[in-house]
Design a protein around this ligand. Structure first.
Ligand code: SF4
Length: 280
């Protein structure tokens, strides 16, 4: 068994969180730069220019990419031949979020209870998804998920007869209704299949894919392309100012499902898209 100390995990989480709030992802920057060249709307181009300027200013380390520091989402893929030593894994992950919030001077964005609305004061708890995988590695995806784009996200139980056109309509309608309020250009994660609870999880997992990377399944990749094209004809545009760049990418993850069901979910992600991959 390979041993990994919880201290090592905590340090990696702290560094990742501090980094994603101040440094734009290279794939996102490249996608925005490209959109800045192809966007036909002058206002849309201006919005993209401002977003790139904002990213440049954030890199100075004084102001984060966005004031909404989001909810921390962790996808932990733990090798089954790893022995976590030195303490409790979940406690180390949450301590990492707490430490990064303080050291990174990040806004406190989490409420203790949905009705009581008292701030936890340190951005904990993070939402943690665990998966046991083969091997001796430990991979953790670290995401800071903004509330505005999360609020636009929706799920539904479609019938199988809806087919892939039903999924297209569901996603495009969701963007038509909520796209402008979720800080576009968007990155859309779509989950199709599984059970009622699986589809939103798949949708969030789809956001882990690098921007522009197509599904390895040919038919799913084609569907991603069709949905992206349809969304970009809606005219929402960067920051909702109008234009052809409403979304930068669409990623779909699927899972087997019941013969009478077709769960679908779309997780909206905004232009800040703070995401890192930590390998231990
Ligand atoms: S949706 Fe994204 S860009 Fe908009 S306020 Fe929230 S974190 Fe910031």
């Amino acid at each position: 068994m390979r041993k990994i100390h919880v201290r090592e995990i905590q340090t990696a989480i702290v560094n990742a969180i501090k980094n994603i709030h101040y440094h734009i992802r290279p794939d996102l920057k490249a996608a925005l730069q490209q959109a800045g060249e192809t966007e036909a709307s002058p206002l849309g181009r201006q919005a993209i220019k401002l977003l790139l300027e904002n990213a440049k200013m954030a890199a100075a380390g004084v102001h984060p990419l966005c004031q909404d520091t989001g909810m921390t989402i962790l996808f932990v893929e733990m090798g089954q031949e790893v022995n976590v030593i030195g303490g409790d894994l979940e406690a180390a992950l949450q301590a990492g979020v707490r430490q990064a919030t303080e050291e990174g001077r990040l806004r406190h964005s989490i409420s203790v209870h949905p009705f009581k609305r008292v701030n936890t004061g340190d951005n904990t708890p993070a939402v943690v998804h665990y998966q046991i995988v083969p091997g001796k590695g430990c991979k953790i995806y670290v995401m800071a998920k903004g509330g505005g784009s999360e609020n636009a996200s929706v799920s539904a139980m479609l019938l199988p007869s809806a087919g892939d056109t039903g999924v297209q309509d569901f996603v495009v309608n969701a963007v038509r209704e909520n796209g402008a309020a979720s800080c576009p250009p968007l990155i859309l994660g779509i989950g199709v299949g599984g059970s009622f609870d699986t589809a939103p999880w798949l949708a969030k997992k789809a956001l882990l894919r690098p921007i522009g990377q197509a599904s390895s399944d040919v038919e799913t990749a084609e569907l991603e392309k069709i949905i992206l094209e349809k969304i970009n004809t809606l005219g929402v545009g960067p920051q909702g100012w109008g234009g052809s760049t409403t979304a930068l990418s669409v990623a779909i993850e699927t899972a087997p499902c019941h013969i009478v069901s077709m769960p679908v979910a779309v997780n909206f992600e905004c232009h800040s898209h703070r995401l890192a991959e930590v390998k231990l």
